[in-house]
Design a binder for this molecule. Structure first.
Ligand code: ZN
Length: 221
């Protein structure tokens, strides 16, 4: 770990990539890794464009439950350390698969949220955004214009936000150190970014509970 600390201090273009393991440290359940059903339904199917169109009541209940969880937990020490590293000029950007918005709450500013964010809800009709706690109010799924509010997350069936992808790619191309925290790097494009960084000469460091497909590419620390 001393070597890693040294590399981070020497780097000015370190890119940090965080996955579900970062959020579970805050107590947030990783719904993708849960195998159980929610009210008899598959959470993966509820988090979809199909449910938004055809099963809106359960869709809204499901996201109410997830927003309650988000508001009940907080960023942990790791989030604050990363924000501090950014402020010291060690971290160029943070790419995250997490939708909790905890990196920003902890003070990180350069964050590319590949899967959008649960911390805001957005009107399907007029595009207005509200803080997610509105969803928990009575008639909280209605915009002032009468349109339906949906969470700002990327649903199954939607493509990833182009602006976040572009920022993430630009940081990755310049990275001299690419640090993966709490991602099993199983899904695309999660696995694409560390590969790209490595191919372009960056040091790759992976910190994850379980083995990942890219472990043989990573530095041994
Ligand atoms: Zn509206």
């Amino acid at each position: 770990m001393e070597r890693l600390a040294q590399w981070i201090k020497e780097s000015s273009k370190c890119v940090v990539f965080t996955g579900a393991g970062m959020s579970t440290e805050s107590g947030l359940p990783d719904f993708r890794s849960q195998t159980g059903l929610w009210r008899g339904q598959d959470p993966m199917k509820l988090a979809s464009t199909h449910a938004l169109a055809h099963n809106r009541e359960d869709f809204a209940d499901f996201y109410r439950m997830r927003i309650e969880g988000l508001l009940a937990c907080e960023p942990h020490r790791g989030h604050y350390i990363l924000a501090d590293w950014e402020q010291r000029g060690w971290v160029r950007g943070l790419i995250t698969q997490n939708v909790d918005g905890y990196h920003q709450r902890a003070g990180s500013q350069s964050v590319a949220q590949l899967h959008g964010t649960l911390s805001v809800v957005r009107c399907l009709r007029c595009g207005a955004e509200y803080p997610c706690r509105k969803y928990l109010e009575e008639k909280g799924t209605s915009c002032a214009c009468g349109g339906f509010l949906r969470p700002g997350v990327v649903l199954f069936g939607e493509s990833l936000p182009q602006s976040a992808l572009e920022r993430a790619e630009a940081w990755t191309d310049e990275a001299d150190l690419f640090l993966v925290l709490g991602s099993s790097l199983q899904v695309s494009p999660a696995n694409w970014f560390p590969q790209r960084a490595k191919e372009r000469g960056a040091r790759l460091v992976i910190v994850n509970r379980d083995p990942t497909p890219l472990d043989s590419w990573a530095e041994q620390i």
